[in-house]
Design a protein around this ligand. Sequence first.
Ligand code: E4P
Length: 217
Amino acid sequence: MKFFVDTADIDDIRELNDLGMVDGVTTNPSLIMKSGRDIKEVTAEICALIAGPVSAETVALDAEGMIAEGRELAKIAENIAIKVPLTWDGLKACKVLSGEGRMVNVTLCFSANQALLAAKAGATFISPFIGRLDDLNIDGMELIADIRAIYDNYDFPTEILAASIRTANHMKDAALIGADVATAPPAVIKAMASHVLTDKGLDQFMADWAKTGQKIL
Ligand code: E4P
């Protein structure tokens, strides 16, 4: 499973990228707002740092506006994936932009039917939002499994990009189901390294080592 980082924070992206943990980046209007940066400026910096797809989201609500904004965002760098929402207009924009050979990430997906339409419209990525469904007591992971089954039934090339990931368990479950990509905030990716027994075991080893009075260096 590829790891995308869900942030527009350059320092966080750089730290994870140095560890080889970043296959791509996703941003959205809320993350751009949080960064306090200009969308084109910060996106260009991310694209220069990361070789993989960097999603930049359109904000127009009509297909024509999304297409125009998508073409403008795509000028930033070769690795831009244009993000459009899963609305009827978003699907129209997806069809046109993907027909021009551009990467398109269809976002705000909350049902398997929506994902089916996005694949038919030529989406490069479909972004089902796990956490926001879980918030409503609807199993977000079940949606990932449904989309996996449908895409496999018909060999759709659209990649499932599990989004709105809130926990390390979401990452594990998305990988078990076979999501192609998961995008997560840096803190969630770091949390995957934590285990209480690792900490406990390390404490014990350190205490015993101190008793030996030895040094390695
Ligand atoms: C990424 O593409 C999505 O915009 C993001 O994962 C949404 O996450 P949230 O539901 O935590 O805002």
